[in-house]
Structures are given as C-alpha cells and as structure tokens.
Design a protein around this ligand. Structure first.
Ligand SMILES: C[S@@+](CC[C@H](N)C(=O)[O-])C[C@H]1O[C@@H](n2cnc3c(N)ncnc32)[C@H](O)[C@@H]1O
Length: 197
C-alpha cells in the first residue's frame, strides 16, 4: 500500500469517527441548553481553595474534607472532579453528566489519574437524589441554576456547601465571594451554604 493511500485511509477514519462525536455533543448541548465546555484551570484552583477554606472555618467535623460526599453537577470532561478527588482523597467525589461522550472521556481520565474516590455517573442531575451531599460544585449557566434552586432547597441538608464557578444563584445570598479576576472579565467564585431550618 502506498503512503498516499494509507494517509487517505487515516484521514477517512478520523473524519468518519469525528462525525458521530460532533453530532452527539451537539445533540446533548441542544437538549441541556449548555455546552460541555471545561472550566479554566485557575478557576478550578479557586473553587477548591474556597472549599478548603470553608471546611477549615465552618466544618469542625471535617476540617480537611474527610468523609464528605462531593457532587459536581454537569462534570463535562471531568477536570474539576479529578482535581477535587485529588484534593480530598478521603472524600467521595461524584461527577454527574448527561452527555455520554464527556462521561466516557471523564471515566478514562479518572482511571488514568487513579483516584479511587472518584465516580462519573451518566445521569440527568435533575433526576438524582442529592440528600447525601455535603458539597455541590457548579459551573452552570444562571438559567439552569434557577431551575436547580428548588431541588437544592428541597433535598440538601443544612450546612451543605454550594460552590459556584462564575455564575450566581439568583435569589440566594452567598456567604462569601472569592474575586478571581476583575478585568477584562469579572470572574468570581460564589459560596452558598444551606441554612438550618
Ligand atoms: C459548562 S459544562 C461544565 C463542565 C465542568 N463542570 C467543568 O468545570 O469543567 C456544563 C455541563 O453540564 C452538563 N449538563 C447540563 N445539564 C445537565 C443535566 N441536566 N444533567 C447532567 N449534566 C448536565 C452539560 O452536558 C455540560 O457538560
């Protein structure tokens, strides 16, 4: 076989493989109204820093984050959940993601990094029971956060921390705001805590 034919075959395989991937990503983006774009590394770092500080200051039972159940709502390609599993090795991290290709990719990513405390579940987070959550991590548009709010109010136990990258939960007052960038974009991490009663 000539090199020319070999390269034609490789090109055809890549193109044919990419088409179903693109169709699937577009389909789920349309269905969930949010694309599977990953958070940037410095925002992930800020989210985990905020979580560590909050646990240290407010969770006398778990100041270093031991024995917690941490959910990431819409874990995309998995970078934040992997970082969280590494930062809190004695806690359970569960990434919930609806779009199948990012879930498969995340599972491979999780295996490569070998964090035994990390699970990626293909699920619609609106259908999941969050009663066991201690921490909720979010990087989600405000239009979706508004829809999640009643679920949080119904299911989350008092003291649950909700840490939201960039987007506010309308109608809730954050207990703290971490300013990550002021210009050219205003980028904050918003920290909420489910009140008692
Ligand atoms: C902006 S991405 C966030 C990626 C990830 N959290 C990160 O920080 O890199 C939002 C993700 O939420 C997922 N998503 C949106 N609605 C969902 C739902 N109802 N259930 C599960 N995942 C959902 C989308 O498929 C998308 O991958």
């Amino acid at each position: 076989m000539s090199w020319n034919l070999f390269l034609d075959i490789v090109f055809a395989i890549i193109v044919l493989g990419a088409i179903p991937v693109i169709i699937s990503l577009e389909y789920y983006c349309h269905k969930t109204k949010v694309s599977a774009v990953s958070s940037v590394p410095w925002m992930r770092k800020a989210v985990l820093k905020c979580l560590k500080e909050q646990l240290c200051n407010h969770r006398a039972d778990s100041p270093q984050g031991e024995g917690l159940v941490i959910y990431e709502m819409g874990s995309g390609w998995g970078p934040l959940a992997v970082d969280a599993a590494k930062a809190f090795p004695k806690s359970k991290v569960i990434g919930l993601e609806f779009s199948p290709i990012p879930v498969w990719f995340s599972r491979i990513r999780g295996k490569l990094f070998g964090h035994k405390n990390l699970t990626f579940k293909r699920a619609d987070f609106f259908e999941e029971d969050l009663r066991d959550a201690d921490v909720i991590l979010l990087y989600m548009l405000e239009s979706i956060l508004v829809k999640l709010k009643p679920k949080f109010e119904e299911e989350l136990k008092p003291g649950t921390l909700i840490i939201s990258n960039t987007f506010k939960i309308k109608g809730w007052e954050p207990v703290a705001v971490e300013e990550v960038m002021k210009k050219p974009l205003e980028l904050n991490v918003y920290i909420y805590k489910v009140p008692a009663g």
